[in-house]
Design a binder for this molecule. Structure first.
Ligand SMILES: NC(=O)C1=CN([C@@H]2O[C@H](COP(=O)(O)OP(=O)(O)OC[C@H]3O[C@@H](n4cnc5c(N)ncnc54)[C@H](OP(=O)(O)O)[C@@H]3O)[C@@H](O)[C@H]2O)[C@@H](O)CC1
Ligand SMILES: [K+]
Length: 514
């Protein structure tokens, strides 16, 4: 699924109206009807008070449509007009007139704090104050209204986007954004829903298909691609009936130091579980017995040093190399990395201490084979590219970094984002249970294992992140977030493959669940 900018959505709106020979009011009716149906399906006529706060633009217009349809179906509705500007939109005015035909209780005009209504915790708030047309930070009594609504325990449903949030621009004042419980967004999710600073305002959402012109949407270059099951299914490369272990490559995992041999075990096991034909672990001497005992399937080569890596030499040609998990920052290890990067031509997966060593010795970057994959968590990323002003600045910096060094960067987080040049791929699998030691080692093993099977570096990253998250989701379903350990994620990679093509109940066609 594609993520578009606000400007592109306006363009799509215009094209749709022209091509489908409808009016923009018809489109608003479609949008409002979808929101109404979502509520109606869940409330089933329940007499719960519904407070609808409408701005004076088209987002407010949507709110008025929802209000009218709810009133027509006998719901208990109170509509407020947040009268923050004189420039009411055409379709707002049209629906303002229409709602007067179905009720004697005209919308209440709010002009200041004195007009804030009492809202009970069992009530429902529909937020239709601002949509993607927000053009400045809400201030004055409107900001106070947003804060007032945020304090309420009532369920808050945002129309299109929580009011005060820009769809694809940085946050100006986090006190002036509605904290929605759920958002019903039109046609495509907004970029703000996936970035750490802004995602908290839209913790869950559904995408409502309002029938915008498919050709336009198909041809438009998106801000980012969302990676869910349908995309992951397309990336999957079938295993051949007559394949043998050589067909699926030989992954080399360069990992571990004294006290951190678990990182090597996790990455090596993950590379196997994702389908590598053979995996060799390169570890300091102290890891030999540990690795051979923990993973009999793996081959093990050791460094001359007992406790850390000092010279990474091997006498075979791996099809992919994952390096850095638990290797520490010994001077000799940095020299060993320098030699490894210089001698190899195949792309690497670079994680953990390999990233930290690169950050402290930026010259190493120049030695990296093209299309290597870097998998930093936020702290490692900061050390690599420096501080950023906000999430959007971060993405721009990573894009430049990716372009300059011709590498894939996997920014790990609640929504992991893979960056390659100016392209962004946002993952949708994963859960808070995966915030546990070794989860990153599992991911680097997964990506290395996919590379070794012939997936190209970008696909290995995007598909690997999806599979790692999916395995984590399955593990969390089995044992709850708190109990998940990295090994459980790896143990469920097989289930994640099975789940990729498992038959599921058909979803409601008009909405895509997040
Ligand atoms: N595109 C589509 O495909 C479809 C879009 N649809 C819907 O339209 C929505 C977009 O509507 P929109 O363009 O009218 O903008 P919207 O978000 O209502 O706000 C603009 C108004 O708010 C005002 N205003 C802004 N910031 C402010 C501030 N800080 N403080 C105070 N005022 C502020 C601004 O006032 P002004 O700057 O003119 O003073 C202007 O009047 C979209 O989110 C979706 O819900 C669907 O109906 C159908 C398909
Ligand atoms: K809104």
């Amino acid at each position: 699924m594609k993520i578009f900018s606000a400007a592109q959505l306006y363009e799509a709106d215009k094209t749709t109206v022209e091509k489908q020979k409808i009016t923009s009011a018809d489109l608003m009716e479609r949008a409002g009807t979808q929101i109404f149906q979502w509520l109606h399906q869940r409330l089933n006529g329940a007499p719960v008070p519904i407070h609808i706060f409408c701005g004076i633009g088209d987002n407010g217009g949507d709110g008025l449509v929802v209000g009218r349809l709810l009133i027509e179906h006998g719901y208990s509705v109170i509509v407020y007009v947040v009268n923050c500007s004189d420039k009411r939109s055409k379709n707002f005015l049209l629906n303002y007139d229409k709602i007067k035909n179905v009720t004697k209780n005209w919308p209440l005009l709010m002009k200041g704090e004195d007009d804030f209504p009492e809202i009970n915790s069992e009530d429902i708030i529909v937020d239709a104050i601002f949509g993607i047309g927000l053009n400045r930070c809400p201030g004055g009594w409107v900001k106070k209204l947003i804060q007032y609504l945020n304090e309420s325990k009532a369920f808050k449903l945002a129309v299109d986007i929580p009011s005060g949030l820009y769809s694809n621009a940085p946050l100006e004042d986090k006190e002036a954004v509605l904290k929605a419980n759920h958002t019903l967004t039109f046609q495509a999710p907004k970029l703000a829903f996936f970035l750490p600073e802004t995602a908290v305002f839209a913790p869950s959402f559904d995408v409502l298909d309002i029938g915008l012109d498919l050709e336009f949407l198909h041809n438009a270059e998106p801000l980012a691609q969302l990676i869910s099951k349908p995309e992951a299914q397309r990336f999957y490369q079938t295993r051949e009936k007559f394949g043998h272990k050589g067909t699926y490559g030989h992954a080399l995992i360069v990992a571990g130091s004294y006290g951190k041999m678990g990182a090597a075990i996790l990455s090596t096991t993950a590379a196997f579980r994702i389908g590598s034909g053979m995996v060799t672990a390169f570890v300091p001497k102290c890891g030999y017995n540990i690795l051979q005992t923990a993973i009999p399937e793996a081959m093990v080569i050791t460094d001359n040093e007992e406790a850390f890596l000092s010279d990474i030499s091997f006498d075979f040609e791996p099809s992919a190399i994952g390096v850095g998990m638990g290797i520490g920052k010994n001077k000799a290890t940095v020299e060993a990395l320098k030699k490894l990067f210089t001698d190899s031509e195949i792309p690497f997966v670079i994680d953990a201490d390999a990233l930290n060593n690169i950050s402290e010795n930026k010259g190493l970057l120049k030695l990296l084979p093209k299309h290597s994959v870097l998998t930093p968590h936020p702290g490692e990323l900061k050390r690599l590219i420096g501080e950023w002003k906000d999430d959007y600045d971060k993405l721009e910096k990573v894009k430049k970094f990716s372009e300059k060094h011709e590498v894939v960067v996997v920014i790990k987080g609640a929504y992991t984002i893979t960056v390659y040049g100016d392209k962004l791929y946002i993952n949708t699998t994963g859960n808070p249970g995966m915030a546990t030691a070794g989860s990153g080692d599992a991911l680097s093993g997964v990506i290395t294992g996919l590379l070794s099977q012939g997936y190209d570096p970008l696909l290995a990253s995007v598909f690997g992140v999806y599979m790692h998250g999916s395995a984590g989701d399955i593990a969390s379903e089995q044992m709850g977030f708190e109990a998940v350990m990295a090994g459980d994620i790896i143990d469920n990679l097989g289930e994640a493959y099975l789940d990729l093509f498992a038959q599921t109940e058909p979803e409601n066609e008009s909405s895509e669940k997040n």
